[in-house]
Design a protein around this ligand. Structure first.
Ligand code: GDP
Ligand code: IMO
Ligand code: MG
Length: 423
């Protein structure tokens, strides 16, 4: 394959950043296609940890082209700060002229609208929903407008509109002058990076480059296919790549589903395999399961193959990359969910209505665990037999071949079982 999507198969934080960084070593271009700085993608190279929120996880590999595509919502201030934090300036980055801009007032609205909700979503408070809402309402500001002479008049229109909401909410009104001044300065900084990235990507495809499309969030957080309304405001599926990058669907060769060896979720919403108590706490500590963006403790659960099969159906996964396998060392038995029971009936898919999904009870198979430390393992055959059996069982239940597994956060703790990119 030459053009591959990296998809989160669960509720986000599956290790997409780490897998993207690993695969980026053989790629020429890495593109984020949706979401914004609600994402938190951790990459660890030589014991140095990077938390990427907007920048594609190819940015730490020298000579790679990195793209923020049109489907993204971009907090320009956060982007500039992230670039400064990189500690190197020889990156190649392009920003789509069609991506939308997240302003501080989107963040205020995100927080306030969450505050008003009785049933809270637990958003990351990064202004993601309100920015996509303006995009859908056709009043949002694209990067092309931000760097144009029309920015002042378009921003004035948007702020006039937003101030109606602010007034209704009893919030202090947005000061046009200060937003305009600040964002005009940001526009000058990013202007040289702004491009029609669909043109750029299609040129790279024409010249046979290897391209990674890095998803943010996970399929169960998809606006369409996720646990609505407890979802984000974009689609992290493979299907969203063509629309959100300006690349024809048939030019995408396949998708790699990044899957944690168990489940986690941060924020509200159903997770049928959720567990609490000692096992959950030990997984949380061992896996460092605290949000990369918000620091919130992640909820913990057993691996859910109903979720994986669902993700496979909506994204068409060519391979799995199973991460954090090391975290399960030390358990006597490990459970895998294979179906749900809903109103006395066994089901194998996810009901659309959230109240039905909340009623689903997970059915499990149980496998013997392993006690060895596997963090130094370099091949599949070197894994304890029970860890091999666990991985084999997942591929048997999902019928998705395993391409990668990982046994620690570092790049060199990632083991490629079958090669993904064409050489
Ligand atoms: P992303 O949002 O999908 O990129 O995932 P995050 O970076 O938010 O969360 C994944 C976490 O797991 C990060 O802290 C990674 O450093 C860590 N991680 C990734 N792979 C492994 C692994 O194989 N083992 C362990 N112990 N940690 C891992
Ligand atoms: P990465 O890319 C995990 C969750 C939030 C909340 C819901 C909506 O690191 O996997 P939003 O701020 O997007 O409106 O919040 O989605 N969420 C994530 N959870 N990982 C993420 O990104 C997430 N991005 C958003 O916790 O439940
Ligand atoms: Mg994350």
């Amino acid at each position: 394959m030459k053009r591959i999507v990296v998809v989160g198969t669960q509720w986000g934080d599956e290790g997409k950043g780490k897998i993207t960084d690993f695969l980026a070593q053989k790629a020429d271009v890495v593109t984020r296609y949706q979401g914004g700085n609600n994402a938190g993608h951790t990459v660890v190279i030589d014991h140095k940890k990077y938390a990427l929120h907007l920048l594609p996880s190819g940015i730490l590999n020298a000579d790679k082209v990195n793209i923020l595509a049109n489907g993204m919502v971009i907090n320009i201030e956060a982007l500039i700060a992230e670039l400064k934090n990189l500690n190197h300036t020889d990156y190649q980055l392009f920003i789509s002229d069609r991506a939308h801009v997240t302003f501080p007032f989107h963040i205020t609205l995100d927080k306030h609208e969450e505050f008003l909700k009785t049933e809270k979503i637990g958003t990351t408070n990064k202004g993601i929903g309100p920015t996509y809402k303006d995009k859908a309402s056709r009043i949002g500001i694209r990067v092309a407008t931000l760097v144009s002479n029309e920015f002042e008049s378009e921003l004035r229109k948007l702020i006039d509109e937003k101030n109606i909401d602010f007034k209704n909410y009893g919030l202090p009104l947005i000061d046009f002058d200060s937003v305009y001044k600040t964002y005009q300065a940001y526009a000058n900084i990013i202007k040289p990076l702004v491009k029609d990235t669909s043109l750029l990507l299609n040129d790279y495809i024409g010249s046979g480059k290897n391209i990674l499309f890095e998803g943010a969030q996970g399929t169960l957080l998809c606006l369409d296919h996720g646990t609505y309304p407890f979802v984000t405001s974009s689609s992290p599926t493979a299907a969203s790549v063509p629309l959100n990058t300006g690349v024809a669907p048939w030019l995408i060769d396949g998708a790699i589903g990044v899957t944690k060896a168990y489940s986690t979720r941060v924020g509200a919403g159903v997770m049928p395999t959720e567990i609490s108590g000692d096992i959950a706490q030990s997984i949380r500590i061992k896996g460092n399961e605290f949000g990369t963006t918000t620091g919130r403790p992640r909820r913990i659960g057993w691996l859910d193959c109903v979720v994986l099969n669902y993700t496979n159906r909506v994204s068409g996964l060519s391979y799995l990359a199973i991460t954090l396998l090391d975290v399960l060392s030390g358990l006597d038995t490990i459970k895998i969910c294979t179906s749900y029971t809903l109103d006395g009936k066994e089901i194998f898919t996810i009901p659309a209505h959230i109240k039905d999904y909340e009623k689903c009870v997970a059915n499990y198979i149980e496998l013997p665990g392993w006690h060895e430390d596997i963090t130094g393992v370099k091949s599949f055959d070197a894994l304890p037999v029970n860890a091999q059996n666990y991985l084999n069982k997942i591929t048997e239940l999902t019928k998705i071949p395993l391409a990668i597994f990982s046994v620690g956060p570092r790049r060199d703790q990632t083991i490629e079982v079958s090669s993904i990119f064409e050489d």
